[in-house]
Design a protein around this ligand. Sequence first.
Ligand SMILES: [Zn+2]
Length: 380
Amino acid sequence: MKTFVICLDSFKPEYLKSTPFLRELTRDNSWGSLETVFGYTGIGAAIISGKYPEVTGIWREFCFSDSSPFKLIRYFESIEHTCLGKVTRLATDILFNLSRFMTNHGYYTSTRIIPFSLLPMVEPAMRSAWCQKGCLPVETIFDYLREKKTNFFYHDWPSVYKNNQRKFSFLQPNNDKFKVDLLLKEIPNHDFFWIRLWNLDSVSHNNDRGSKPLTSALLELDNHIKGLFTAMGQEEFKFLLWSDHGMVKVTRNVDVSKLLSGLESKFLVDSTSIRFYNVEPTESMEIMKRLKTTPGYFLDEGLKKKYKLGKLKKYGELFFLANPGVCFLPNNYSVSTVRGMHGYDPKIPEQKGIYLTNMISSDRKDLHITDLFQVIKSNL
Ligand SMILES: [Zn+2]
């Protein structure tokens, strides 16, 4: 029987009001809210392995590193904000991804907008795509599929794999319609399908609930799923629709550039957190003083335990986390204000995602993202 695991990036339970087909599906299938792990990239690691960052070692997209692949960019620091600087960044991104492609490490990314002064000491935490062998130090769903010799199709743009064969996909459009059409074409060739639909995430970062763009993005997503069910017709199949997080309304954007200027320590800003590296004891007092009136809190040992982060020193030594609804600017990804953000304490309701599946037969029950690993595995 074919199995479809589809990520509806940023889908919150309340969106069911605007998605008639998905709402209909909740009648005869199991569904509930889905608590995710704290952070960003660690969420993907959690669903494929059932483990928290303390075990997977994956928490944020970038970590601090002595073997950064971006070391040479230090020579271009003085031209960072010129046209030539932009060309240098683009060339760096192309070369970086090309080297990943050549060495068969399928987790593609870019330097985002991390300052040139910082890039020589950071690197992306993930190297291989989620479906690749050895991408995490623990067993993944895809290891299990390999073991069972199940044909799989994996699409998390720009990483596309048919079984263990990567496909060159950089020139394919990163839009949901294209991905769903491709999925429909691939149905006869595989038994397990893993795809991620992304459009809702970017729309909900920039538009409020009830706005026209968000309402139409939800309807579009609803139609994509309806299209898959229609294509399957009477054939029985298993499905798990899940989202990696919800979206919290941003009520305050805080410019941290002036607040933290002149500090000796290096730091990365991830929208909802500031991570300091190589902090001298005298400077940690200064950092705390400067952030005293900023709405947020420092991560202490108790919270590290609560979020199951383990000893992830490579991500930083001192962490300041935003209160829900607060976004730090400029950050690794953006200089402009947004209307929605995720990456807050996973316990708050707005931050929760959703699951909807016919793989378990319980009544509505809220789950944690690490539970889904077992749900998928036991259905293969
Ligand atoms: Zn997002």
